[in-house]
Design a protein around this ligand. Structure first.
Ligand code: FPP
Length: 236
């Protein structure tokens, strides 16, 4: 049974398996992403209802640009569709949208919808729904280090002041707690450049289900698995 008093504050999800879900059904890859978008919608609702404070989903990586133009533009069209369909309800549910990654590089209509989502929900105090878009953890760390180096060179920062908290404050996740739990669907067991700095002590839960088949009940099962783990943070 899930303990409602021990819901993780921050859950990260690598939503993998859309392409294989589609192939298994003889459908085009984009149908898989469309089904993945619908799955994401349900998980966001359940996470918010359970009292999760931060839900971070990996929607598009810095490496995903290598996919076909059709697939890439199809994913961004789905993002636009998602915002158009869901923004009012997200806002009504007090959800705050945040983007991790350099989203200014995305197609213009996607950037416009993202800005609107951020602005509309800016004053909300409920769950923070963080969408990692054009995100890569190594890229994030490199950007943070460039900013730190520039500050040091300009004399605003002494090297001795560079500590873990200062570095964390230069990442896209600045001000957020580290993820307690990271879920990856689709059967692979790796992080794939997702929240590498932030996941130092995260519990990892893997699901064989392809992302479009990952239900709110499966999400709760993953939380139950997390609750059965003992976290020691390097202590004893
Ligand atoms: C991974 O499956 C999924 C993605 C790269 C895209 C995720 C997109 C969505 C869930 C829908 C769109 C929503 C937003 C917010 C953009 P894969 O294609 O790598 O699956 P495979 O490993 O089976 O090929």
């Amino acid at each position: 049974m899930m303990d409602l008093d021990r819901i993780p504050d921050h859950i990260g999800i690598v939503m993998d398996g859309n392409g294989r879900w589609a192939r298994a059904k003889g459908l085009p890859r984009l149908s898989g992403h469309n089904a993945g978008m619908l799955a994401m919608k349900e998980i966001v609702k359940r996470a918010s209802a359970l009292g999760v404070q931060y839900l971070t989903v990996y929607a598009f990586s810095t490496e995903n640009w290598k996919r076909s133009v059709e697939e890439v533009s199809g994913i961004f069209n789905l993002l636009v569709l998602y915002v158009d369909r869901e923004l009012a309800e997200l806002n009504a549910n007090n959800v705050k949208v945040r983007i991790l990654g350099d989203y200014e590089e995305l197609p213009r209509n996607a950037v416009e919808r993202l800005r609107r989502s951020i602005e509309t929900t800016a004053d909300n105090s409920g769950m923070c729904f963080c969408i990692a878009l054009n995100y890569g953890s190594r890229d994030e760390i490199a950007r943070g280090l460039r900013a730190i180096a520039a500050d040091a060179l300009a004399g605003r920062l002494a090297p001795a002041e560079i500590d873990e908290a200062l570095i964390a404050g230069r990442l896209y996740t600045a001000g957020m707690p580290d993820p307690d739990l990271i879920i990856r669907t689709g059967g692979e067991r790796r992080l794939s450049n997702f929240l590498l700095w932030q996941s130092a002590y995260s519990e990892l839960v893997f699901s064989e289900a392809y992302w479009p088949d990952f239900t709110p009940r499966a999400f709760e099962k993953a939380i139950e698995e997390y609750q059965g783990r003992e976290r020691r943070f390097g202590g004893r």
